[in-house]
Design a protein around this ligand. Structure first.
Ligand code: GLN
Length: 489
């Protein structure tokens, strides 16, 4: 067996396991050795489930030996974000609040991956309760970017992106409320897709902002993103917001060309806010589409300038309601010195939530409080509707919208962590997609001179993931250069 199975794509791995070329157990062992080798420097994993991984792989191999058909993710090694409920291990949300929390059930996506014969390697790091853009808000540890260990992996699904990019798993599930799949995928040079709101069940995803949250995969290839979506998408009785729509075969959409496809470039996305290397690489990518017969049109999203303000009102409002349950009564940290009930609430929350989470709860409580509700929350909801209208108008002129995922490539630790506003600006290009409930994907489109990945974001109309994936796949196959691998041995 060759040693580099850990660099293979999920589709290659599952094809090899299904045809008996390699066993799921061999894949798992190769993958665990890879983690042994590099995770000391990356620190993507917060929990390693070596025994679980071996048992899951053995189960797949046993199934194969009985001649049973294997699932579409047979033997594929997966890392799960810390906020997905799993019966195995803990579900900490990278917070001291849930440091010891064990979920009594599996999230629907976790069950579906298991039913598709995937193998779970463990859980990966994130910003506490998914609030952040650098994974520096994790209460567990710091995760480093495999392309430059001095730099952040992005966030909040930073552990997912770093693990995929460093060959520490083939696919990882993340969650995206305002960019948390796409932005870390961009910063770590991998593919990350946020499906349409409602495409994937949120049952068992610890809620941050329920009207924005979606689960999605981070992968090294567009095909693997499609393959994973085939497994995790679809109606779920346990999530009333999950859409009752048929799930197409997303991998089947990855054919054909882009002739006649209309790609819209929002003029508001190509301003001074966008750093030079990002602009250059994205323009090159757009040129590649043009050269292959796509029609490039300018579109306008005039309300984009309000997106950050709207997002940080709505997401904090929803977060303050969702996080109210962590009060030390039913689950989560309870302060040992609290003597009265009031003390228990105050002391438990103060001690167990990090500064960013406390800031969001306070902001959210403020924008929902009587007297301020109309001025902030209600106003934000109205502007959210206008942002959605902008997209409706833009999609009259084009089929797919292209732009940057992030204003800059990855940055050094500490560069933005003292200034929350500056950190919030990292989300400028990703949050509108959540506010408008659209699908969005980030795909690698080159490196800066400093060797850091650049990502392009593509957006489509609701439930048009097929078109999105097809467009992304076309570029991936025809970009004319290799992204290479991060310089960790
Ligand atoms: N960076 C954004 C935030 O801090 C997005 C987070 C996310 O998508 N979970 O809220």
């Amino acid at each position: 067996m060759t040693m580099d199975w850990y660099w293979k794509s999920a589709s290659e791995i599952s094809a090899a396991v299904r045809s008996g070329v390699v066993s799921a157990s061999d894949i798992t062992e190769a993958q665990l050795r890879r983690i042994d080798e590099v995770d000391g420097r990356i620190d993507a994993y917060t929990q390693r489930w070596d025994d679980t991984a071996r048992a899951m792989a053995a189960k797949v191999d046993k199934k194969a030996s009985r001649g049973e058909a294997l699932g579409p993710l047979a033997g594929v090694p997966v890392g799960l974000k810390e906020l997905l409920c799993t019966r195995v291990g803990k579900t900490t949300c990278a917070s001291k609040m849930l440091e010891h929390f064990r979920s009594p059930y599996d999230a629907t996506v976790v069950k579906r991956l298991e039913a598709a014969d995937a193998v779970f390697l463990g859980k990966v790091n994130m910003d506490e309760f998914a609030m952040g853009s650098s994974t520096e808000n994790s209460a567990i540890k710091v995760t480093r970017n495999p392309w430059n260990l001095k730099c952040v992996p992005g966030g909040s699904s930073g552990g997912s992106a770093a693990a995929v990019s460093a060959g520490e798993c083939a696919i990882s599930l993340g969650s995206d409320t305002g960019g948390s799949i796409r932005q870390p995928a961009c910063l770590c040079g991998c593919v990350g897709i946020k499906p349409t709101y409602g495409r994937v069940s949120r049952y068992g995803l610890v809620a941050f902002a329920s009207s924005l949250d979606q689960i999605g995969p981070l992968t090294r290839t567009v095909e693997d993103a499609a393959l994973t979506l085939n497994v995790i998408c679809g109606r779920d009785e346990m999530d009333a917001t999950s859409a009752d729509l048929p799930v197409p075969d997303f991998t089947g959409a990855l054919t054909g060309d882009v002739r006649g496809l209309r790609i819209g470039l929002p003029k508001e996305y190509f301003t001074e806010a966008l750093s030079e290397p990002m602009r250059e690489r994205i323009e090159q990518a757009v040129d590649a589409y043009r050269a292959n017969g796509a029609e490039i049109v300018e579109v306008s999203l005039p309300c984009s300038e309000y997106a950050i303000a709207v997002y940080y009102i709505i997401c904090t409002a929803e977060a303050s309601a969702n996080l109210a349950r962590f009060d030390g009564v039913r689950y989560g940290f309870r302060h040992p010195e609290a003597k009265t009930m009031q003390d228990m609430y105050v002391m438990s929350k103060s001690a167990a939530f990090g500064p960013e989470v406390r800031r969001r709860i306070m902001l959210g409580t403020y924008v929902l409080s009587s007297g301020y509700y109309d001025a902030y929350y209600l106003k934000a909801q109205k502007v959210r509707a206008l942002i959605k209208k902008d997209f409706d108008a833009a999609f009259e002129k084009c089929d797919v919208i292209a732009g940057p995922t992030s204003p800059t490539a990855s940055f050094e630790f500490g560069a933005k962590s003292d200034n929350p506003l500056e950190m919030y600006l990292s989300d400028i290009y990703t949050i509108s997609v959540n506010l408008a409930t659209l699908p969005g994907i980030s795909i690698p489109c080159g490196l800066t001179d400093a060797g850091l990945p650049v990502g392009m974001q593509l957006m489509a109309r609701p439930f048009e993931e097929e078109l999105l994936l097809k467009t992304a796949h076309f570029y991936e196959q025809n970009r004319g250069f290799d992204m290479g691998r991060p310089p960790i041995a």
